[in-house]
Write a protein that binds this ligand. Structure first.
Ligand code: BTN
Length: 253
């Protein structure tokens, strides 16, 4: 594990592991045994664990994985203390997606949108996935961004894209880390809850379109239909149902 000399607005260290099962596991391990990297247990807030290769990268739903050939994606987990985050924890996934959409726009000139709850897409193709987990006071924000991929396996269930495929630019994945952390910090601390709906609505994929959502656990959840209306202050999706009423969905697919 080596410490990267990249400025981190959250104030923590950025630790890079060449290979790990998942940065989510490595981050949890750091919190349990900070001495592994010479850190102190009290001060993990703001620490970032990044990697070049995950052997068991995971996605939001059980059994969903995140695979990337070595060095082709930016993959990291940001460790935060719940008590030091001034906004609802449930909104962190959508705030992370907003942060990423902003960076893709100003750094690469790319228009992307948020596929609620945790994907960022460009014209229907996934470029990034976000996974938020927690354990007690510790929050783990895991982000994967496809950077250098020239193609994706045909076995992939959903279409995907990468920064290279969208821009033709070959940027080392870690080069955008500083911009992304700054954007995350702004969206976590400077965007008041009451402004989240107005900021998030224009960035949603399929706004105004009729969608069918599995509310809660997709294997057991009940199906809800409605028109994509916006995002609420807690990060929930707002659907306008056929009867005109707004349905708020806090988790689903
Ligand atoms: C999803 O698509 O459902 C979320 C994907 C999240 C992938 C990132 S890569 C860094 C971090 N480590 C993981 O194992 N997952 C997240």
């Amino acid at each position: 594990m080596k410490e990267l000399r990249i400025p981190n607005p959250f104030g923590g260290r950025i630790l890079h592991i060449e290979e790990t099962s998942s940065t989510m596991d490595a981050a949890r391990q750091q919190v349990l045994s900070p001495s592994l990297s010479g850190g102190e247990s009290a001060g993990m807030h703001g620490t970032v664990i990044s990697t070049s290769l995950q052997t068991a990268g995971r996605g939001r739903l059980d059994g969903r994985s995140w695979f990337s050939p070595s060095g082709q994606s930016l993959m990291f987990t940001l460790i935060l203390s719940r008590s030091r985050i001034p906004v609802p924890v449930t909104s962190l996934s959508i705030r992370s997606a907003l942060a990423l959409v902003a960076v893709l726009r100003y750094r690469f000139g790319l228009e992307s949108c948020i596929k609620w709850p945790n994907d960022v897409q460009i014209q229907g193709k996934k470029i990034s996935g976000i996974l938020c987990e927690s354990a007690g006071d510790d929050l783990f924000i895991g982000i994967g961004i496809n950077c250098a991929q020239r193609e994706f396996p045909s076995s992939l269930k959903r279409p995907a894209t990468s920064l290279f495929l969208e821009t033709g630019r070959r940027e080392p994945p870690l080069d955008m880390m500083e911009d992304l952390l700054s954007s995350l910090k702004r969206h976590f601390t400077e965007l008041p809850s009451e402004e989240l709906p107005a900021s998030a609505a224009p960035e949603l994929c399929g706004r105004g379109e009729l969608v069918s959502i599995f509310e809660g656990d997709p294997r057991r959840g009940k199906r809800v239909e409605g028109y994509v209306e916006g995002i609420g202050i807690s990060g929930e999706l707002q659907l306008r149902q056929i009867n005109g009423k707004i349905k708020r969905i806090f988790s689903g697919e």
